[in-house]
Design a protein around this ligand. Structure first.
Ligand code: GLN
Length: 538
């Protein structure tokens, strides 16, 4: 078998240019030629993983099948490539240092002085090559977080420099830059790109390909100018215009031959490419539909849409599957609670989604939204904390359990309908306090869940500490809240729902279905939720 090829993706000029989308697009195009591809991300911050980060700092925390709390770019990788990533696909500076320091404490370095070079850089290199060596991918794409010039990224860039030297024809660097448009001058400016490449070269890395993000088309002459000043081949200067849908980006890269350039530079066969399904999917996304569907997402971090990126993507996938135009109404649960204006905020939507979250703030607003959805028969979808709030709401208003709550928010409540369950810890020897990663769920017959999945056993990803309290479960079920699924041993509730004769579509899932939805394969629960929202439209 051929050796693994390594592609490094760095960013210059500014952050938020979409390195994750470019990495995913390159991966998609190589995969479409029948190559096996994986993508990993290095984040230069000191946290061990983003699990403890406030979503306002770093957007959503994505969860992999093996229960790793990861950067949201892994969501893009999975959605574009249809692959499953793991802990090895997302490394932070904190993790690199921790593993070096752990080795030092064990005495593995035999008395040597531990330094950034070579010990930290060696650990970075080991983590880059791990995916290639262990899983034998044809291509490993490594995205470096941050921007060239940041102090934190230096050890990563030095590692790339060394790897390029060691790997020769088996490695290349794609540098993503920004070409701004100055309205006053009526011109695009290439100087920031030249400076950023100069910065990269001063570290010893000559980029092989430039991807230039721009709001306006870049002329051929300008591309040639950048090629000349940045010392790259003219055909290796690719423009990346803002797309209507992120899923168009691979096609825009394809049109300019980015994948062909990659293959040529890495000495790989230019195999025929099959992008037919992807093109069809993008055409469905871009089509203008007469049907409109408006969904309220009632959460705490709604001002930063990146905090709910997988939910927004899943809703879009599901809307397209139902041939409808999606509008998301972002509702701040805390503000709605303060202003006490549920009706005003929610009377114009076709469906209400309450996503996951941690901590007390905004909880009562979410519960008010759920009560509104239940009483007004508006399709409702609760995810993780959203499901827990649905149980609290039902207990309070339908089961006579006044003051029912989650022990997370009110440890002294008389009715802790959501609580820590001893069953949780020994489920799969996960040990930790959170239920993280993939767990099986037995689907109960005759439920909305069964109708959506059409399967008896499903696997979904979890990230939570609390569970439906088994001590109060029967009392709640007796009053009409139905169980849609549990762990196969029946010991933890995974899905609750209302029967169809009581409510058109009301379902809460303890897991996070949004991490599994793909543009080519929308998640069944999102698909059914949107279908119900369209059916029930006033
Ligand atoms: N805070 C809740 C728990 O820990 C829900 C977590 C979530 O929504 N991801 O169980």
């Amino acid at each position: 078998m051929a050796e693994t090829k390594y592609i490094f993706v760095t960013g210059g000029v500014a952050s938020s240019l979409g390195k994750g989308i470019i990495s995913s697009s390159i991966g998609k195009l190589l995969q479409a030629r029948g190559y096996s591809v994986t993508i990993q991300k290095f984040d230069p911050y000191i946290n061990i993983d983003p699990g403890t980060l406030n979503p306002y700092e770093h957007g959503e925390c994505y969860v992999t099948v093996d229960g790793h709390e990861a950067d949201l770019d892994l969501g893009h990788y999975e959605r574009f490539l249809g692959i499953q990533t793991t802990k090895a696909n997302n490394i932070t500076t904190g993790r690199i240092y921790k593993s070096v320091i752990d080795k030092e404490r064990r005495g593995d370095y035999l008395g040597k002085t531990i330094q950034v070079i070579p010990h930290i850089t060696d650990e970075i290199k080991r983590n880059v090559k791990l995916l290639g060596n262990k899983y034998k991918f044809d291509f490993v794409i490594t995205e470096i977080g941050g921007t060239v010039g940041d102090i934190e990224s230096l050890p990563y860039l030095e590692s790339i420099r060394q790897l390029k030297w060691e790997l020769g024809k088996n490695a290349l660097c794609v540098h993503l830059t920004y070409v701004p448009y100055l309205a006053a001058a009526g011109e695009l400016k290439t100087k920031p790109t030249q400076h950023s490449v100069k910065e990269l070269r001063s570290i010893g890395i000559a980029p092989d390909i430039l991807v230039c993000r721009s709001e306006k088309p870049i002329s051929k002459e300008m591309c040639e100018k950048m090629a000349m000043f940045c010392d790259v081949d003219p055909e290796a200067v690719i423009q990346n215009l803002t797309a209507e849908s992120i899923y168009e980006v691979p096609m825009m890269m394809e049109e300019q031959g980015l994948d062909t350039v990659v293959l040529k530079k890495l000495d790989m066969e230019d195999k025929p490419k099959d992008m037919v399904q992807w093109h069809e999917m993008v055409a469905r996304i871009l089509k203008k539909y007469d049907n409109k569907v408006k969904i309220a997402v009632v959460g705490k971090y709604v001002e930063l849409h990146d905090a709910y990126i997988s939910i927004a993507e899943s809703l879009k996938h599901a809307a397209v599957a139902n041939e409808a135009e999606l509008e998301i109404k972002w509702v701040n649960s805390e503000k709605m609670e303060e202003d006490n204006n549920v009706d005003e905020m929610l009377n114009d939507v076709d469906g209400i989604l309450v996503p996951g979250g941690f901590g007390n703030r905004g909880i009562e607003g979410k519960i008010m939204a759920i009560q509104y959805a239940r009483e007004n028969k508006i399709p409702f979808f609760g995810i993780c904390l959203g499901m827990q709030c649905a149980v609290i709401e039902y207990a309070r208003h339908m089961c006579g359990m006044e003051g029912a709550n989650s022990a997370e928010f009110d440890p002294d409540t008389k009715y802790p309908v959501i609580d820590l369950m001893p069953e949780q810890v020994d489920v799969e020897e996960k040990g930790g306090t959170m239920r993280l990663g993939l767990y099986p769920c037995k689907v109960y017959p005759g439920t909305l869940t069964e109708k959506a999945y059409g399967a008896e056993l499903i696997y979904e990803r979890h990230r939570h500490r609390y569970e439906v309290n088994n001590a109060l479960r029967e009392q709640i079920v007796e009053k009409g809240l139905r169980i849609g699924g549990t762990l196969p041993n029946g010991r933890l509730v995974e899905i609750v729902e209302l029967p169809e004769d009581v409510h058109p579509w009301f379902l809460g899932a303890q897991f996070h279905p949004e991490f599994k939805s793909r543009p080519t394969n929308p998640h069944p629960l999102f698909r059914e939720f949107i279908a119900a929202a369209l059916r029930e439209q006033k």
